[in-house]
Structure formats: C-alpha cells, structure tokens
Design a protein. Structure first.
Length: 233
C-alpha cells in the first residue's frame, strides 16, 4: 500500500514538471533562443541612432553656415550683391545748397498790388494759384534766371517750396516765401538769410496738375520722388 502511494506521488510530480516545461517552451520563439539575431538587432539600433545623430549635426552645420553668410552679407546671387552695392551710391548723391535772402509775401495788395476782386488775384506768373502747405509744398517766388519755374527748394524753417512766381524786387539770390496773411509773414518769418537745398531744378514749366501730383507724392513718401514729373503733363 505504501509503494502504491509513493508511485502515485512520483508520477503526479513528473506530470506537473512536464506540463511546466511544455508551457515554458511554448512562450519561446519558434527557433528558440538565437543569440546571433539579438546581437544583429542591437547593432542595427546602434547604427540607426548614429545615423540620426550624424544627420542632425549636418543639418545644424548647414543652418549655422547660412546664418553666418546672412550676417556677413555674403549672397550667392551676384545680381543681388550688385544691387546692394548700388544702393549706397544713391545715398551719396550730392545736394546743391545755395545761400539766399528770404522774405515773405502774400497775395494781397500790399505785396502784389491786386485786390481780391482782381481776376488775377492769387494767380502766380506760372499760372498756378498760390498755396501754403506746411505738410507738403508751398509756392514761392524767385529770380527765374537762377531758379527757373518748377524748381523745388527745401527752405529750413519753412519747408518745401516750388518756384511758381517772380517779382520786380526779387533779383539774384533772393526768394519770396508765400504766406496766407501779413500777420503770418511777420510772426513766422520776417526776413532771414538761409542756406536752401536745391532738390530739383525746374525747366520753366509748372501746372496745377504738376503741383497736385507733387502734393500727393509728398503725402505718401514725405519726400520728393526722383522720377517726379518725368512724363510731361
């Protein structure tokens, strides 16, 4: 009877051990452990990580080089380089300056001998109407032999003025600046010796359309465009 119990326990334990081995074998890959495959996979992962790091370093080097070239102004396009070199030349363009004696005048009888009911009241020698605009340009009178009709001057303390008129007392380096009233003449100007800038030399012509175009251009650009009045109006 004791032998029977002994063999019963022994056979049960063997059966359990066999089941455990079978279960463990089922969890393994079909080919069992493959040390060479694991080593190859590790090598592949190492190579992939190295390649990714190398590409990242190359990309960073390209970005650094481009940033350096941009900061140093080195451009591969020769046309762009020539354009950059040509820009400072325009800034170096010399502006003629002339010292003049500037006085003020109005459209009234005290300056022109014309009253408001006169048909030519407020009309300049060029044909345009007098105007005073501190933000754009005003009409002025000058010696037409020195400053022809259409000449644009910059007068410090007054602003831009375009030669539209002449006067019997305006000879040589003298100019007359237009103001709306006598009070403004005395309060804002009087009589001054100033050095004016010759922005653009006139050709003896000035129309209302040209004056209007000049005013609009200055409202936008706040300066005199170089190509102003290139086309005859």
């Amino acid at each position: 009877m004791r032998q029977f119990h002994f063999w019963h326990k022994f056979s049960t334990r063997c059966l359990l051990a066999g089941l455990l081995v079978f279960t463990m074998a089922a969890d393994l890959p079909a080919g069992g452990f493959q040390p060479q495959s694991i080593y190859a996979n590790q090598q592949y992962r190492n190579y992939a990580e190295w390649l990714e790091l190398k590409q990242s370093q190359q990309l960073q080097a390209v970005r650094t080089t481009r940033q350096y070239q941009y900061q140093r102004g080195i451009m591969m396009n020769p046309e762009h380089k020539q354009a950059e070199q040509a820009q400072p030349e325009r800034k170096k363009k010399a502006v003629e300056t002339v010292k003049v004696l500037a006085t003020g005048y109005t459209a009234g009888y005290e300056s022109t001998g014309k009253k408001p009911n006169h048909p030519q009241y407020g009309i300049t020698y060029s044909g345009v109407r007098v105007r005073r605009d501190k933000d754009t340009v005003s009409t002025i009178a000058a010696d037409l032999k020195i400053f022809p009709i259409g000449t644009i001057l910059y007068i410090p303390g007054y602003g831009y003025g375009v030669v539209a008129d002449k006067g019997s007392a305006i000879r040589g380096h003298k100019i007359d600046l237009y103001f709306d009233t006598i009070k403004q003449v005395y309060k804002e100007w009087g009589k001054k010796e100033v050095e004016v800038q010759v922005v653009r030399k006139g050709d003896g012509k000035l129309t209302e359309e040209m004056l209007k175009e000049l005013g609009k251009a200055m409202e936008v650009n706040k300066e005199i465009p170089e190509n102003l009045w290139d086309k005859a109006i």
